[in-house]
Ligand binder design. Structure first.
Ligand code: 4AD
Length: 456
């Protein structure tokens, strides 16, 4: 169907005075004695295009005035009184009628209500803006890494090893459990892969394989976590950006993470001006200033042990007690970034016991070279580390955790054959979108959220 994107109608002055064809959904209509006006949106921009109907002509327009109706409009593009453009309609074709029970009425709906209709909510201004910002951010992430010699690799989604070791893997199976099997081993050997398999929680282990050949790689794809966390920042299926860098130590990883986050935010601020104004007006007053401020300063860096001291001396009443060795909860992460540093902050060198097996062991014997990036309003958006590159140390740690070394033989081989200092991080893509848009629930920054007890 030949037509012009409404975004281009607004940006390309050459169309003024021309006869053009546009398509879209009717967002609002006004009907006066002699004229009718339709605001049309096709999803290419937040702005609606005004269609002007002169009732003295023989244009058929009545069926087009129902909210949600999809239309094709032909007419002359002219400048309006406010320096924008509108179409003087010559023909209006109803592509799809929309009856009165259309759930998206003119009033502003709550995000909770919109969650009940993921198939329609994209037609609201909020989701129109979220999805476009999301798309620009994805492009920016690729651009950032491609410009810096990182190779984009696609790691497997079905895996036999649990990267984070937290027991949060969804199982992949073609047979249901049956009493006929004597034990788990027999059951799994009968299954599709001949052993237990699951959906990957992270592409890191395979990402390391690629980085040990290509030097610098990144993955960008879904990760799956069967976490029973019904919170505003957890999804069972989220998009994960995971760079892995050879010949790098913890400070290099931190530098890369800061530089990438700043690049993505700068790109969104420059490319999505309308959308960001919308979020600033409707979701978080001062959002644009906050982001400008964030990217114009160096992020903070704070040792975990120091963070614990700051929390203990804060005088704050936290729901979860704070002591050396505890994992930081969202309330602690937010306190550190919002109250103490008042900006994004990297927390480093966490206790070994609360982090994954693969992290580089620090000389103190108690901590590992881990790093989390905490941002005001959201908490953790990035988790990463330098990796343990020493074969004996890594095996020792895995054995002490009771891990089955046979499942990780490829991974261990990397430490046998030309091992190098290396590391990387994982960015929760939706968490960064929340931070950039001010949208406070992760369910509202993805087309179809998957959360515990909810799939559609
Ligand atoms: O801290 P995590 O668990 O680290 C890893 O998976 C490492 N293998 C990454 C690496 O070093 N390559 O997860 C990384 C990030 C978190 O900081 C968070 O932003 C996001 O992934 N994340 C989630 N986002 C949404 N829903 C969930 N359930 C998430 N779990 C982690």
């Amino acid at each position: 169907m030949k037509h012009i994107d409404i975004k281009n109608i607004f940006t390309d002055k050459n169309y003024i005075g021309q006869n053009v064809t546009v398509c879209g959904w009717m967002r609002t209509a006004r009907n006066s004695k002699t004229m009718a006006f339709i605001a049309l949106n096709d999803g290419t921009t937040l702005n609606h295009l005004q269609i002007v109907i002169d009732k003295s002509t023989d244009i058929e327009y009545e069926d087009a005035l129902h909210l949600g109706t999809s239309l094709k409009v032909v007419g002359k593009l002219v400048e309006d009184q406010h320096g924008s453009v509108e179409i003087n309609a010559e023909e209006i074709i109803v592509l799809g009628e929309c009856p009165a029970e259309y759930p998206l009425q003119k009033k502003r709906h709550t995000l909770e209500f919109l969650r009940t209709m993921p198939h329609l909510r994209g037609r609201t201004n909020t989701f129109n803006a979220v999805l476009r910002v999301r798309s620009v951010m994805a492009e920016a992430i690729h651009q950032y890494f491609q410009d810096r010699n990182f190779v984009y690799v696609n790691t497997p989604l079905i895996t036999g090893s649990d990267c984070e070791g937290a027991g949060e893997m969804f199982q992949v199976t073609t047979i249901g459990y049956s009493n006929e099997y004597k034990n788990e081993e027999e059951y799994y050997s009968d299954d599709f892969f001949g052993r237990r398999a699951g959906l990957s929680v992270s592409g890191q282990l395979e990402g390391e394989v690629a980085a040990m050949a290509m030097g610098k790689i990144y993955t960008f794809g879904p990760s799956f976590r069967a976490e029973n966390s019904n919170t505003p920042k957890h999804l069972a299926e989220f998009w994960h950006v995971e760079p892995e860098i050879a010949f790098a130590e913890l400070p290099d990883i931190i530098e890369e993470a800061e530089s990438m986050v700043k690049y993505v935010i700068r790109t969104v601020l420059d490319t999505c001006k309308e959308e960001m104004k919308f979020f600033d007006a409707h979701f978080e007053k001062g959002l644009i200033d906050r982001l400008e401020e964030l990217i114009s300063h160096e992020f903070g860096v704070c040792d975990y042990t120091e963070a614990i001291r700051l929390l203990q001396e804060s005088g704050e009443k936290f729901q979860y007690p704070v002591e050396w060795g505890c994992d930081l909860q969202t309330e602690h992460e937010r306190y550190i970034s919002e109250k103490v540093f008042k900006k994004a902050v990297f927390v480093t060198n966490y206790p070994k016991a609360i982090k994954s097996f693969y992290m580089k062991q620090n000389p103190d014997g108690k901590t590992v070279a881990a790093v989390d990036l905490l941002v005001p309003g959201v908490g953790e958006i990035i988790g990463g580390s330098e990796r343990e590159a020493n074969y004996d140390k890594l095996v020792g740690e895995m054995e002490s955790r009771g891990m089955n070394l046979d499942l990780y033989s490829d991974y261990l081989d990397l430490r046998k054959f030309g091992s190098v200092p290396h590391g990387g991080f994982g960015l929760g893509f939706e968490r960064l979108i929340m931070y950039v848009t001010g949208v406070s629930n992760i369910r509202d920054v993805i087309l179809y959220p998957r959360t515990v007890g909810s799939i559609r």
